[in-house]
Design a protein around this ligand. Structure first.
Ligand code: COA
Length: 373
């Protein structure tokens, strides 16, 4: 029988710096009232100069491993989902692999914009269901503030920075990720994008002058699309898992806009009390929003082992999707594992040694090249 993929560890990394609506109103023509009324957002977090998508992802990853009682070297695979990766390449997942010292893990990035965490969760879960992997780390991490035009009131009010991570583990016990619905519609490519810096519009002084390296969005159209797909995807995922909506304890939606979540609740005829909503404090943290909201639900005692929940989201692409999950919690017995900072130190030493060995090999092999190479 194929093993089940359980969520057994979780963690977040939230930048300390808070930017309130009042502060944004000093930069662009807007007001706290307008932002709160149209989005439900009061404040968002913004990464400091030292914080990057990889550093936030690394923090969240180490916390999730600690909850799962797992060591970095136990990991088989790391998937980072991000709309604001460290580089175009290498993958941010490889940087996390190096920084936590996950010596046996494959690592890659997955891009499905704000739906990315749901995509990554399902890809990770399927590698467990197929028997290929036992322990998978899935991370959503963002520093969207670096891609935000702080002079564009249509977008700068919305986004925030942060990261969240889940550990997925194989177990014969039924539960974990029960279903997934992943959808896309690329005809909406122009509704939400960062146009410059890719192969279509390579970065140049012109693209920077014209601000094409910033997020561009048709807010009204994205809003219409989101309100259409959220309820529909939730229903489809529940049907696929054969779990009636009444038996779903909690819905944890992508946190983009309170009005979009309210529309989904109306569309499903489910009380808002069964939704986790924290967009007020973080804004839209894209791929990080679902794991951050999940961790808050756990901290508030709203999510317990055995609960059946739905993750549902939407984003650029266009993409959308949902998953039904039976919540598990740690499955390994509590054991003494070193604290996260010791992994960091060991991983740093390991990384420096690997770089040194590569250098030495370069010197040795360099002298062995035949003449003329
Ligand atoms: N402050 C004050 N006025 C603003 C404003 C701001 N920050 N942003 C836009 N406006 C103005 C517009 O210029 C427009 O003025 P006009 O009527 O004179 O042309 C008016 O407010 C209404 O604009 P509209 O775009 O229709 O507002 P809205 O109610 O749709 O709210 C968003 C705008 C962006 C908040 C909303 O469309 C939204 O949340 N969309 C989804 C975006 C999203 O979730 N993106 C991420 C997907 S993962």
């Amino acid at each position: 029988m194929s093993p089940y993929a359980h969520i057994t560890g979780w963690g977040t990394s939230i930048p300390e710096k808070v930017v309130t609506n009042e502060e944004i109103a000093k930069m662009v023509d807007t007001t706290d009232d307008w932002i709160r009324e149209r989005t439900g957002i009061r404040e968002r977090r913004v990464a400091s100069r030292d914080e990057t998508t990889a550093s936030l992802a690394t923090d969240a990853a180490l916390k999730a491993l600690e909850v799962a009682n797992l060591r970095p070297e136990d990991l088989d695979l790391i998937i980072v989902s991000s709309s604001s990766p460290e580089y175009i390449f290498p993958a941010t997942a490889c940087l996390v692999q190096d920084r936590i010292g996950a010596s046996k893990a494959g690592a890659f990035d997955l891009l499905a914009a704000c739906t990315g965490f749901i995509y990554a969760l399902n890809v990770g879960a399927q590698t467990i269901r197929s028997g290929m992997n036992k322990n998978v780390l899935v991370i959503g991490s963002e520093t969207l503030s670096r891609f935000t035009n702080w002079k564009d009131r249509g977008t700068c009010i919305l986004f925030g920075d942060g990261a969240g991570a889940f550990v997925l583990q194989a177990s014969e016990e039924p539960g974990g990720v029960l279903s997934s619905v992943l959808r896309s519609d690329g005809s909406g490519e122009n509704l939400l994008s960062i146009p410059a810096g890719g192969s279509f519009m390579p970065a140049s002084s012109e693209t920077v002058k014209d601000g094409h390296h910033y997020i561009q969005m048709n807010g009204r159209e994205v809003f219409r699309f989101a309100t259409r797909v959220m309820a529909q995807a939730t229903r489809e995922a529940a049907e696929a898992a054969q779990v009636p909506l009444e038996e779903i304890q909690l819905i944890i939606p992508h946190q983009a806009n309170r009005r979009i979540i309210e529309a989904a609740a109306r569309g499903l005829d489910i009380s808002l009390d069964r939704f986790i909503i924290n967009v007020e404090h973080y804004g839209n943290t894209s791929t990080a929003s679902i794991p951050i909201a999940t961790c808050e639900a756990i901290d508030q005692g709203r999510l317990k082992s055995g609960d059946r929940i739905v993750f549902v989201g939407f984003g650029a692409g266009l993409t959308w999707g949902a998953s039904v999950v039976q919540w598990s919690g740690p499955i390994l017995p509590k054991r003494r594992i070193p604290p996260p900072f010791s992994y960091r130190i060991w991983a740093r030493i390991r990384s420096l040694l690997l770089r040194l060995v590569r250098r030495m090999e370069g010197l040795i092999w360099g002298s062995h090249y035949p003449d003329g190479w």
